[in-house]
Design a protein around this ligand. Structure first.
Ligand SMILES: [Zn+2]
Ligand SMILES: [Zn+2]
Length: 289
């Protein structure tokens, strides 16, 4: 037990030093400065070509979401994710060790050309995320956590990062085994991660496009807004458009649904009127429901 606690704590202190270093040393593979850059890029699009022209730039929940960006991306997605994943990997390897298995790798993906490694990693991870996202809606104990993301009432890019930290844990744990089996660690490729951040920002941004014919592959603002619709069609009680980066899975498996222009639909979920709209109460809420 002590071993796992040590790994957990060392991950945090190691990460803290890494983060300070990131902020001080901008580079091409720097999470901090890429996140800042992409955020300003998408914010600029919202200002120059807004979809809902009467929506304020500093919309309802804007500062809350900005806080979530930093909390979930750094404190949790990167730090906690490091800590949790280091512990999980150790636990998992120890567990396999009980059965005399010391390597889970079924395919040696490292021998593939690097571009195909990116592509495979991205496709596998995104497909798993799509499946997990559906479960977040269907299972009531998961939905309690996922409600935080659906508490957004006015959409803007930063809403992407409004989610409960438990989601990071659920996504990463579920992803770990399949990715480990094709020879990936829990660390994602930088470029795959930042591409996901950009598309995710755009999915939530106040910009009204869908990439034309590429809408069948890439998730987009016109599609994702329906995922946040307060009213759900009778035949889709758990919702629709579950894709994270790709919309492909929704089109392949029949969960895509864009009945009309969703520009001004009401967002949220049933009886969200009394849902907390501050970070601390949103953090605690799922544990009390
Ligand atoms: Zn959702
Ligand atoms: Zn969303």
């Amino acid at each position: 037990m002590e071993k796992y606690i040590d790994i957990f704590l060392n991950s945090f202190s190691g990460y803290f030093n890494y983060l300070i270093n990131e902020i001080q040393n901008p580079s091409l593979t720097n999470y901090f400065w890429w996140l800042i850059g992409l955020s300003f890029l998408v914010l600029a699009m919202e200002i120059i070509i807004p979809w809902r022209k009467d929506q304020k730039i500093i919309r309802k929940g804007f500062w809350l979401d900005v806080f979530y960006v930093f909390f979930n991306f750094f404190i949790f997605s990167l730090i906690g994710y490091n800590a949790v994943s280091n512990v999980f990997v150790e636990l998992f390897n120890d567990f396999l060790g009980l059965f005399g298995i010391d390597n889970l790798v079924a395919f040696h993906i490292q021998n593939f050309p690097i571009w195909s490694q990116f592509l495979i990693m991205f496709l596998v991870a995104d497909f798993i995320q799509w499946n997990v996202h559906i479960q977040l809606h269907k299972r009531s104990w998961l939905w309690k956590f996922h409600k935080v993301h659906h508490s957004v009432k006015e959409m803007g890019f930063a809403a992407q990062f409004r989610f409960h930290f438990m989601e990071t844990i659920v996504y990463k744990v579920v992803q770990y085994v399949p990715l480990a089996m094709i020879g990936f660690g829990i660390q994602e490729f930088f470029i795959v991660h930042m591409f996901g951040v950009l598309i995710g920002h755009l999915n939530h941004a106040n910009v009204g496009w869908d990439y034309g014919p590429f809408k069948y592959i890439l998730n987009n603002p016109k599609m994702h807004i329906w995922h946040h619709s307060k009213a759900l069609p009778e035949e889709r009680p758990y919702g629709m458009n579950f894709g994270l980066t790709l919309s492909l899975w929704d089109y392949l498996f029949g969960t895509a649904h864009i009945p009309e222009d969703g520009k001004n639909i009401e967002l949220g979920f049933d009886s969200d009127e009394d849902y907390p709209q501050d970070f601390w109460n949103q953090l605690k809420r799922p544990f009390k429901e």
